[in-house]
Design a protein around this ligand. Structure first.
Ligand code: PEP
Length: 259
């Protein structure tokens, strides 16, 4: 089974819709300049909610080889939930992906595995693909409990989701100490946890589901380290923060397969 690599740029709370417009246009041009072959790797941008419509119009209008998604979703369908954005609204913008369980939402918005699980189910219910994030803080890594910690998160985050849906979703392993710090896990560190997560999916479901699920690494991925990280057998992509805000850098990351 061959898994298509997925390189997703999480813009976080950066770039208003005009800046997002420039970035996606520049990214489209950079991918053309680099002769990007979309059959080799999938490029995804994940703007703030306010930028999604602009990205959609540009990408669809210019037929750019870029998918898009959202950074969060409401666990509710509609109604009196001020500030929230529903699955139906995101689906109407043709979002393909929705990030759930990013460590920043777990930390600053108190999102528990239960909430992450409910959100992942909502993404699937509305016909989109969740990117389910997990990862350990530094003290857990120092105690050598990172595998146990991330496997427990993913076990809880996927509870009640059936094998066919798990096979199609994306897991992102993001050690918290490597996010936005310039500190990258080594490629072997990434492989250790991504391999353990795949094995956990096999134990929870079955072999074909484990073979199919795509697992990204995230944490200070840049053009200079992506090739080594992507060389690991259980790493199927990257979730990229800072480097996804520069069109040239993100295009180099997407076209890692040319190196
Ligand atoms: C992220 O926020 O998902 C991330 C990995 O950020 P960075 O690439 O900046 O470390």
């Amino acid at each position: 089974m061959s898994r298509k690599p997925i390189l997703a740029g999480n813009w976080k709370m950066n770039l208003d819709y005009k800046a997002g417009m420039s970035l996606v246009q520049d990214l489209g041009s950079a991918l053309v300049d680099k002769d990007h072959d979309p059959s080799r790797a999938e490029a995804v941008v994940i703007p703030p909610f306010t930028g999604i419509r602009t990205v959609q119009v540009l990408v669809e209008g210019d037929k750019l080889p870029i998918a898009w998604g959202a950074q969060d979703i409401s666990a509710h369908d509609d109604g009196a939930y001020t500030g929230e954005v529903s699955g139906e609204m995101l689906k109407a913008l043709n979002c393909s992906y929705v990030v759930v369980g990013h460590s920043e939402r777990r930390e600053y918005h108190n999102e528990t595995d239960e909430v992450v699980n409910a959100k992942a189910k909502k993404v699937i219910e509305y016909g989109m693909t969740p990117i389910v994030c997990c990862g350990e803080p530094l003290e857990v890594r120092k105690a050598g409990k990172h595998v146990e910690h991330t496997v427990a998160q993913i076990t809880a985050d996927l509870a009640g989701i059936d094998a066919a849906d798990v096979a199609k979703l994306v897991i992102a392993y993001e050690p918290i100490w490597a996010i936005g710090t310039g500190e990258t896990a080594t490629a072997d560190d990434a492989q250790e946890v991504c391999g353990a997560l795949r094995k956990a999916v096999g134990d929870l479901y079955d072999g074909p589901t484990a073979e199919a699920v795509r697992i990204q690494y995230g944490g200070s991925v840049k053009p200079g380290n992506v090739v080594e990280i992507m060389g690991k057998p259980d790493v199927d992509g990257a979730l990229v923060g800072g480097a996804s805000l520069k069109a040239g850098d993100f295009a180099s990351i997407v076209t890692f397969y040319q190196k």
